[in-house]
Design a protein around this ligand. Structure first.
Ligand SMILES: Cc1cc2nc3c(=O)[nH]c(=O)nc-3n(C[C@H](O)[C@H](O)[C@H](O)COP(=O)(O)OP(=O)(O)OC[C@H]3O[C@@H](n4cnc5c(N)ncnc54)[C@H](O)[C@@H]3O)c2cc1C
Length: 450
C-alpha cells in the first residue's frame, strides 16, 4: 500500500509507554516529525511496580521523564495532556481542554487499565497496580498501617496488616512474593509481631495459569514457603473496606486488597465502536493497522495483535510484545512513507517469566518454552527486563547490579518501616525527576467495571 497522505502533519502517537516510546524513537531516528501525547510527563516501567509498592524501590526509579528519553530526538515533540477521545477516521485526538490534534498517521499506544469485572466494592476499595501512582498509593497505604502498628508497640489489631491479592497471574504472584518478603522482613526486625498474612486468590485451579504444570507447583511451593495462604478456585464477590467475600460464602479480613485480577484496553480505546474486540482492545490486522482506517495503527496492550502460525489467539499483554509492536508500526509507517507495502508483524517470542521473590523465579524461554527455575530463571528475567529498559535508559548496568543484589539479598537485614530503599544508580541529573502526582486522572480512576 502506498500513501498519498500529507506528511506535513506529524505522526501522532497516543501513549508514552513501552510501545509508544519505541515507536516514536524509531520514527525519530529517521527524522520523522512525531507528536507524542501522554497524560504523564514520564514513562513508567510496569514490571518494577510491585517493588515500589513493597517499599523496595522509590517510585522515581521506575519512572523516567519523556523529555530525558527524547532529549536527542529533535523531531519528537512531547505533549503532556489527557486525551478524551480519538477519531480514527480523521486521525485526531481531542484533549481534555477541548483542543484537537491531528496527524498524518495515528498510533494508538494507550495501554490498558484494570478490569474489576463489576465486582462490588472493588473499584472503591481495592488497589490496582497498573501505574506508578497506583504503586505509590499502595505503598503509602501499607506504610500508614505498618507505622500505626509499630507505634502501638508492634501489636496491631488482628487482621489489620493482612493483605488479599486477587489474581494468580504473574502480577498477582510477583506482588504476593514481594509483600510476603516485606512482612517477613518486618517481623524479623522484631518491630512487628506478628506481621500481616498475605492471601492470594484466584478462580482457577492453579497459579501462573499460562505456564506449565511444573511452574504452577513451583510458584505454589515458593509462596507457601514464605507463609502465603493460597486460595484457589475461589471468586471474589464483594470487596469491603475491611474484608473480602468469596463465592463459597467465606470471608477473609483485610484492610488491603491488591487487584491483579485482570485488565482491559484503556478507556479512550473502548469508546471506538466496531474496531474494539476482545478485552476492550482494538483489533488490528497482521501489519498492526486498524481495518477501515488508513494510516491508523494500534500497538502494545491496547491492541489485539494476531499471533502468527494460524493461532487464533491474540499475543499476550507483555513488555516485549509492546516494544516490538511499537517498533514494527514505526517501520511500517516508514515503508508507507516510501511508497512500499507494509509487512505483517513478526513477533520474536522471548518466553514468559515471573520473579516470585528472593532466589525464586520461573521462566519458560523462547517459543518452545524451555523451562528453568531459580537463579537461571532470574538471569533470563534480568536479560529480558534489561532489554525492555534499554528503550528508556542507557545505564542498564545499574539495573543489573541493583537486581542481582535484590535477588540475593536477605531483606530482613535491610527493611524497616521507614527505611529508604536501595536505589538503582541511574546516575540521572537531579532535575531529571518525573512529576509523579497521585491526584491526576489515571487508569485507577477510570477502571473498567464490566
Ligand atoms: C504490575 C505489572 C507487572 C508487569 N510485569 C511484566 C513483566 O515482568 N514482563 C513483561 O514483559 N511485561 C510485564 N507487564 C506488562 C507490560 O508492562 C506491558 O505489556 C507494557 O508496559 C505495555 O506497554 P504499552 O506501551 O502498551 O502500555 P503502557 O505502558 O500502559 O503505556 C500506555 C501509556 O498511555 C498513556 N495513556 C493512556 N490513556 C491515555 C489518555 N487517555 N490520555 C493520555 N495518555 C494516556 C498512559 O499514561 C501510559 O503512559 C507488567 C504489567 C504490570 C501492570
Amino acid at each position: 500500500m502506498s500513501t498519498t497522505r500529507s506528511v506535513t502533519a506529524p505522526v501522532l502517537v497516543l501513549g508514552g509507554g513501552m510501545a509508544g516510546v519505541e515507536c516514536a524513537r524509531t520514527l525519530g531516528d529517521e527524522g520523522v516529525d512525531v507528536l507524542l501525547v501522554d497524560r504523564n510527563d514520564y514513562h513508567q516501567f510496569q514490571p518494577l511496580l510491585y517493588q515500589v509498592a513493597s517499599s523496595q524501590l522509590p517510585a522515581e526509579d521506575v519512572a523516567r521523564p519523556h523529555r530525558v528519553i527524547f532529549a536527542d530526538y529533535p523531531s519528537v515533540e512531547l505533549r503532556t495532556a489527557e486525551v478524551d477521545t480519538a477519531d480514527l477516521s480523521r486521525r485526531t485526538l481531542v484533549l481534555g481542554d477541548g483542543k484537537t490534534l491531528s496527524g498524518s498517521f495515528l498510533v494508538m499506544a494507550a495501554g490498558a487499565r484494570p478490569n474489576f469485572f463489576g465486582v462490588p466494592g472493588a473499584a472503591e476499595h481495592a488497589f490496582p497496580l497498573y501505574s506508578v501512582a497506583d504503586a505509590e498509593r499502595l505503598r503509602l497505604h501499607l506504610q500508614r498501617l505498618l507505622q500505626a502498628a509499630v507505634d502501638s508497640g508492634g501489636s496491631a489489631e488482628p487482621g489489620a496488616l493482612d493483605v488479599v491479592v486477587v489474581g494468580g497471574g504473574p502480577t498477582g504472584v510477583e506482588t504476593t512474593g514481594a509483600l510476603a518478603e516485606l512482612m517477613q522482613a518486618l517481623q524479623h526486625t522484631g518491630r512487628l509481631d506478628p506481621a500481616g498474612t498475605i492471601t492470594l486468590v484466584d478462580r482457577s485451579p492453579t497459579l501462573l495459569g499460562q505456564f506449565s504444570d511444573k511452574a504452577h507447583a513451583y510458584a505454589l511451593r515458593k509462596l507457601t514457603d514464605v507463609g502465603v495462604q493460597v486460595k484457589l478456585r475461589a471468586g471474589v464477590t464483594v470487596v469491603h473496606p475491611d474484608r473480602v467475600q468469596f463465592d463459597d460464602s467465606s470471608t477473609v479480613a483485610a484492610r488491603t486488597v491488591v487487584w491483579g485480577g485482570g485488565e482491559s484496553g484503556s478507556a479512550v480505546a473502548q469508546a471506538l465502536g466496531p474496531v474494539v474486540g476482545h478485552g476492550g482492545r482494538i483489533d488490528v490486522r497482521p501489519d498492526l493497522t486498524v481495518d477501515g482506517h488508513p494510516g491508523v495503527y494500534a500497538v502494545g496492550d491496547v491492541a489485539n495483535i494476531p499471533a502468527r502460525h494460524g493461532d487464533a489467539r491474540a499475543l499476550p499483554q507483555l513488555g516485549s510484545v509492546a516494544q516490538q509492536s511499537g517498533r514494527w508500526a514505526a517501520e511500517n509507517i516508514l515503508r508507507e512513507l516510501r511508497g512500499e507495502p507494509t509487512k505483517p508483524f513478526g513477533y520474536k517470542d522471548k518466553g514468559i517469566m515471573a520473579m516470585i521473590g528472593r532466589n525464586a523465579a520461573v521462566a519458560e524461554i523462547g517459543r518452545h518454552r524451555h523451562q528453568v527455575e531459580g537463579p537461571i530463571a532470574f538471569a533470563a528475567w534480568l536479560g529480558v527486563h534489561a532489554m525492555l529498559l534499554s528503550g528508556v535508559h542507557s545505564r542498564t548496568d545499574a539495573f543489573l547490579s541493583w537486581a542481582w543484589d535484590y535477588f540475593d539479598r536477605d531483606h530482613a537485614a535491610t527493611v524497616e518501616v521507614s527505611t529508604t530503599p536501595r536505589r538503582i544508580a541511574w546516575g540521572d541529573d537531579d532535575e531529571d525527576v518525573p512529576h509523579i502526582s497521585l491526584d491526576r486522572p489515571g487508569p485507577a480512576r477510570t477502571a473498567a467495571t464490566t
